[in-house]
Write a protein that binds this ligand. Sequence first.
Ligand SMILES: Nc1ncnc2c1ncn2[C@@H]1O[C@H](COP(=O)(O)OP(=O)(O)OP(=O)(O)O)[C@@H](O)[C@H]1O
Length: 283
Amino acid sequence: MKPLLSIRNLGKIYGKDTRALKGISLDFYPGEFIVVIGPSGAGKSTFIRCINRIVDPSEGAIIFDGQPLEKLTGRKLRKERSKIGMIFQHYNLIGRTNVIKNVLHGQLSNIPLYRSLFGLYPYEDKKEAVELLRKVGLQDQIYKRADELSGGQMQRVGICRAILQRPKLLLADEPIASLDPLSANIVMQQLHTISQEKRLTCIVNLHQVDYAKKFATRIIGIKQGEVVFDGAPSHLTDELIKDIYEGKESQMKLQGEGGHVFGTEVENQVGLIKKMAVGQNDE
Ligand SMILES: Nc1ncnc2c1ncn2[C@@H]1O[C@H](COP(=O)(O)OP(=O)(O)OP(=O)(O)O)[C@@H](O)[C@H]1O
């Protein structure tokens, strides 16, 4: 199968000497639900943001749907970006606008300006927006202002907006970091269900390892800007988790399903796993 997204030797340096990413090379395939984990400052957000060029990489290649994203500018870049949906930690909804219009904004890049100014969205888009909102249980909130919703409801609107964009790739930067555990679980479940139904490739940054193990088809661990784990959730042992979050790297290598798991020396320290448990994100 051809990858939808190929990243080669991706690096990012902020300012003079903050190396946020170093030599990252990864392939992502249609239908994968990838969760990126790693300690605070590891480079997770930078990684996600380099993919859609919110952040410009310092080096490397990002081949998305056959196009070299790192080289594109202007209209060509906008065209490729319109195939990449984004879900944000703080939802990025327009508070004074109602729910369905927020969802329809997902189609802004695909309709002429005059239509969006007058709210003239195609019937098919409106129908799909309603169906998506029904799917995430918001059918009774369609005409409510977005700022009257709970955080979990706002994020479900954010998911519907990203899906209505009809992307090939969905990026989510800590989508549940601001939610209570119950809402977080609902949001992750719905994000997972919808993206799997539509066979979208989904890359999600998370702090909660429990959710990564519950929902991911593949987990990527990043530490100090480098990939230190890439494999199936079943291969991510408690010891490896401890390593990603606090252990020292060693020569030991472990093989994971994806064929490239990186092992580390295990420090015998308890407690961190518990901290990383759902709802106890205290980094
Ligand atoms: N705009 C910026 N300017 C300068 N340095 C930055 C900028 N954004 C991030 N960094 C630095 O790059 C490194 C990686 O940051 P990044 O936000 O990507 O990590 P993260 O894994 O997403 O962290 P967190 O989980 O806390 O959000 C950190 O050292 C951070 O201080």
